[in-house]
Write a protein that binds this ligand. Sequence first.
Ligand code: DLZ
Length: 178
Amino acid sequence: MSTAGNNLSIVKGSTTIKSKEDTEVGIVWAEWNEEVTGKLRDGAINTLLNHGVKRENINIKAVPGTFELVAAAKWMAEYSTVDAVICIGVVIQGDTRHFDFICGPVAQGLINLNIEFEIPFIFGVLTTNDLQQAIDRAGGKHGNKGDEAAITALKMIALQEELLDEDLGFDEDELDED
Ligand code: DLZ
């Protein structure tokens, strides 16, 4: 997350995240708190473009609120050919108990999709105590969680491709010798 000293927008380690020419990424974003989610969405788009993803290969769809992210992400995985889906939302702890009902279940829903489908689903949902904390993480003093979500998507796509390539070199006969 975009917390001081742990900012995924800064690409660390040996992971190569230059995307392949045909990499396709889906973005589903919640219009609730649009002044913040729009910045997260745009940060994700710019980061994907900066890492070589073609604009026509970024499929962007809006949903009313964070609660709808899981269904939209599932449909995108089922009906399109994206290599990853970035899910963007902002849930601010306020006067209602909405925060309690939404955050955990949406995270769990995306975990379930990660298990069900062969592509990564990225949790780009800010869960903050107030609006200012969200603004700080949407292009403010704590970076942009949208950038981080895009970097995470590209890293996961690269990891999957790496593992698939290794699998292609796997010789099943070697197992029989034991
Ligand atoms: C209803 C609601 C409330 C109170 N708060 C938020 C929020 O902070 N962030 C967000 O993304 N969505 C919120 N929503 C809308 C729900 O996510 C959802 O769209 C509606 O309950 C309809 O299913």
